[in-house]
Design a protein around this ligand. Structure first.
Ligand SMILES: C[S@@+](CC[C@H](N)C(=O)[O-])C[C@H]1O[C@@H](n2cnc3c(N)ncnc32)[C@H](O)[C@@H]1O
Length: 447
């Protein structure tokens, strides 16, 4: 096996040849994709490679390769005028609701546009795109308070905050309307077209599907924004699923103002083709997109300074919790920003966790400069590594007990709910993933 072959093999994404089914192949299936691609073709879009939408058992709707795709191929190219941006809204018939008014967020503006286009139905220019969007999302913001109470606090807290934010953005949008703001086709007030339910749907679509554009692009609009103009909805492109292992380059080609994605992986015929939404942990994917990835290498379980102190106290029974030395060491860690990113990963403790354990367990007579030198050069001695691993092991084992309790509690209270609610089931799967990460970290510290 030559070097070139090995390199090519490595770059190929390890997704299995799919047991997916092609969308539009079943006679009774309404093929939104065909009408989307026909409409886009009429608007000047051309496919750049042989991919078709398909349903996958583990990731849902995505794209499958119908022919081999090579590294460096452009897998999608969307003409600039088929992106929905703040400028699209400003130039549209509902631009008057926003132009030269108080500031709105880009997400508020684009969400309002999606709701309006959905309301316009077949009359809408973007009808085929709107019809291609899912009617529901698995975003946890759809959980009601009774369901949120089943979740551990570290999951329920950010979801409540996101729900509050959406409610405020919605209220803000409604309050900006006046009685004369009605649909010019049917006279329905915009306050009804922009109902909270519709807003939740549109907000989730933008949150989970929008791509990033640089703020200076599509910037000649009349809407006063309270945040950066960096969001665009990209029809067709937003059907690609995410893989942590996918490598892509996404960019606007200034020559023809198109949004393009080039893959840095290769795919065999019948493999799912992925893009990468960013180096997101499962917590972020769950909260923002409503899915998680088994074995996500971006996962880190947060630990606290107090967790580490308990670990040190367990290892050194004579350790004094409130000594002057400890206070100084705490200040040292804080001043050097070494108390951020205290995490446990599948392959071991984060660097700052190791450093915190080392600093807190160094003998009293070690000069701060000597500790600093060791930390910055990363040259721990065998004895330091042994202490870090032993204290780390205690911290990780305590976390395992904590998360087993959380999972058990969730199972006891939520059993009948998560069989019916996919989002609660996902929360339970996330807790199980955390336990797998902790187990794997324990194994690596035991080596
Ligand atoms: C940009 S869309 C991708 C296309 C989407 N599957 C569809 O049917 O239109 C993002 C959404 O797809 C789903 N998704 C993306 N990647 C996934 C993955 N690896 N596993 C499970 N769901 C995924 C999630 O529901 C996410 O909110």
């Amino acid at each position: 096996m030559g070097r070139t072959y090995r390199l090519r093999k490595k770059r190929r994404l390890a997704s299995p040849r799919s047991t997916c089914y092609r969308i539009g192949k079943n006679s009774n299936e309404i093929d939104e994709f065909t009408s989307l691609s026909l409409w886009m073709s009429r608007e000047g879009w051309k496919p750049t490679c042989k991919i078709v939408p398909a349903m996958f058992p583990d990731t849902g709707r995505g794209f499958v390769a119908r022919k081999k795709i090579e590294c460096d191929d452009v897998i999608v190219k969307i003409p600039g005028h088929l992106l929905i941006t703040v400028k699209t809204v400003s130039d549209s018939r509902i631009g008057r609701l926003f132009n030269d008014k108080k500031p709105f967020t880009a997400q508020q503006v684009i969400s309002a546009f999606l709701m309006w286009q959905k309301h316009e139905g077949e009359n809408a220019f973007w009808y085929s795109y709107i019809a291609s969007l899912p009617n529901t999302s698995l975003s946890p913001v759809n959980l009601v308070e009774e369901e949120l109470q089943l979740l551990p606090e570290f999951l329920a807290r950010p979801i409540r905050a996101a729900k509050e934010n959406i409610t405020e953005l919605h209220l803000d949008l409604i309050n900006s309307l006046d009685d004369s703001d009605v649909c010019t086709n049917c006279n329905l007030p915009f306050s009804e077209i922009f109902s909270l339910d519709n807003f939740m749907w549109a907000w989730s679509m933008v949150n989970s599907r929008a791509v990033y554009i640089s703020p200076e692009r599509h910037s000649d609009h009349l809407i006063n924004l309270s945040d950066e103009n960096t969001l665009a909805m990209a029809p067709y492109l937003d059907m690609f699923n995410h893989s942590c292992n996918a490598k892509v380059q996404a960019y606007i080609d200034a020559k023809d103002d198109s949004y393009q994605i080039r893959t840095c992986n290769s795919y065999l015929k019948n493999q799912q083709v992925f893009i990468n939404y960013g180096s997101h942990s499962n917590l972020k994917l769950f909260l923002e997109y409503g899915f998680i990835i088994p074995g996500n290498h971006n996962d880190g379980i947060p630990i606290t300074y107090d967790n580490i102190i308990s670990g040190v106290a367990n290892y050194f029974p004579c350790f004094k919790m409130y000594s002057d030395v400890l206070n100084k060491r705490y200040k040292f860690l804080k001043n050097h920003e070494m108390l951020n990113n205290l995490n446990v990963h599948a392959d071991g403790l984060s660097w700052n966790t190791k450093v915190a354990i080392y600093i807190l367990t160094s003998p009293e007579d070690v000069h701060p400069r000597a500790m600093q030198q060791k930390v910055f050069s990363g040259s721990f001695e065998a004895r330091d590594i042994e202490i870090i691993s032993n204290v780390g092991l205690y911290v990780v084992e305590s976390k395992i007990v904590e998360y087993e309790r959380i999972l058990q509690n969730f199972n006891d209270r939520g059993e009948k709910h998560y069989s019916e609610n996919a989002c609660l089931k996902m929360a339970r799967d996330l807790l199980k993933e955390y336990l797998k990460v902790l187990d794997s970290c324990r194994a690596s510290l035991n080596l």
